[in-house]
Every structure is written in C-alpha cells, then in structure tokens.
Design a protein around this ligand. Structure first.
Ligand SMILES: [Fe+2]
Length: 251
C-alpha cells in the first residue's frame, strides 16, 4: 500500500472521527472510505445513466439556482475551464430524481460540509446566485477518448477537499489510465487502489486529473465500457465573485 493512501471502513460516515480525517487530508494523504454503497446499487445507477445517454439529446445548462438536472457531452468544450472529454450527468437538490439522490447521499454531503467546518446543510438550499450549491455530478469517460487534463481546484470557504465516488473497477471495466493525483513529484494512479462504491477524498489544490482511458481500444462513443465516477460537488453560482476558477497546471 502506498504511504499516500489511507483506507477507512465505516457503517456510518457521520460516526467517523472528523478531525482524524482532516489531519490525513491536511498532510496531503488520499483518504478512501470503503464501499459507502453496494456494487449492485452502483450498477443500477450507471445502467440508468447509460440509458439516458442513449435516449436523450445532450444539452448544456449553466449551474444556477433552478437549473434542470441535465445530461451534457463535453468533448473538449471550449467553455470548460479545464479541458477534458467525458459525459456528464448533473443533479441538483431542488429537482426530483428517480433515485432520490440527495436523500441517498445526504450524509455524504453533510460529512463533506463537516470536514470543511461548515454547518451540516450549508449550500443545500441556496437563495441567491451569489452563493454556492451542492451538485451531484456523474461522469463517464469512454475508452479511447475519455480524459481530464491535470488541474487544481480552488480551496476556499466552500470546499477544501474534493469528494469522488468510484463507480467502475480498473482492470475490469477499463485497463489503462484513470484518476490520478500528483503528490510531491509522484503521480498516484488512484483507481489502482479503489473499488466500486468507494469514496475518495483529497485536498482540492493537489494537482489531479483523469489519464486517457484505454488509449489503444477502438473508439465508440456510445459504448458502455469505460470509467464511471460521481463527484459530490460544491459549485459557486454565477454571481459569486468570491471564489476563483479551477486552473490547468502541467506537471
Ligand atoms: Fe478537479
């Protein structure tokens, strides 16, 4: 096991020792909380999202209060702060969804707020576009084309740490590439150390990205195989001038 990776088991994320997790993260460790939801539930979520991608015309919606849940294709979209190629499915707490995601993952968002020293339901119900909002973002990186350039996300009052859930298994769903971070001068391929349903945390300003998935496979954008993940995001809304944008950074 790499020294940079700490694995934690729990039945209830809210019973974890918050300060212990913060200490790990502040020391540039990657914390993996094992299996917060079952593989079966992960598979039904990715199956549902795959069906959406096959049967919906994609659309871009900016993140603002009242935005609809949406499916977006980002194939090196020029509007994106960080260049990447992936499919994205965004869910907001003010909309309904068939999985009731914000009930299912309520404790995950609460724990994220707690380690950021915020009140439990901060950003759950924003009242103005000067604030921030929580968002659940599923991302699919197809074989051959899926990647996200190395970048750093802003560390600010809304979030110090990123929270990602793994929905694929490297070695089975794809073989090469995947989530990485750069700690010191060392590139850590995080997907080599995590399973379906694991929750991954690290400091937002640690350089990270997604290395091209299976570069040698044949391209097929509607192929179901590739890398799936969920991001428990806290996003600034359009009139929030307090928080900087993410920046690409070469190693
Ligand atoms: Fe990021």
């Amino acid at each position: 096991m790499l020294k940079s990776i700490i694995k934690v088991k729990t039945q209830n994320i809210l019973k974890l020792d918050k300060q212990k997790i913060i200490n790990y993260l502040e020391n540039d460790k990657i914390v993996i909380i094992k299996k917060i939801i079952s593989k079966k539930l992960c598979n039904s979520i990715t199956k549902y999202l795959t069906n959406i991608s096959h049967n919906t015309i994609p659309n871009y919606f900016p993140i603002r209060i009242g935005s609809p849940n949406n499916f977006r294709v980002n194939l090196e979209d020029q509007r994106a702060m960080v260049k990447g190629s992936f499919y994205q499915f965004s869910f907001f707490p003010w909309n309904q969804d068939v999985f009731n995601f914000f009930k299912l993952f309520k404790n995950v968002f609460i724990f994220k707020n707690r380690i950021n020293m915020l009140s439990d339901e901060e950003f759950f119900y924003p009242k103005s576009d000067k604030e921030c909002a929580i968002r659940l973002s599923f991302q699919f990186y197809p074989k051959k084309t899926g990647f996200l350039n190395q970048h750093q996300d802003p560390v600010d009052y809304h979030q110090k740490y990123l929270m990602i859930m793994n929905l694929s298994k490297k070695g089975k769903d794809f073989r090469k590439g995947g989530l990485f971070s750069v700690i010191g001068k060392k590139k850590i391929m995080i997907d080599n150390f995590s399973e379906v349903g694991d929750l991954i945390f690290f400091k937002a300003d640690i350089p990270h990205g997604v290395e091209l998935i299976d570069p040698k496979s044949s391209p097929n954008l509607l192929e179901d195989k590739g890398r799936w993940m969920a991001l428990f995001a806290t996003n600034k809304l359009p009139k929030n001038n307090r928080i900087k944008n993410s920046v690409e950074k070469k190693s």
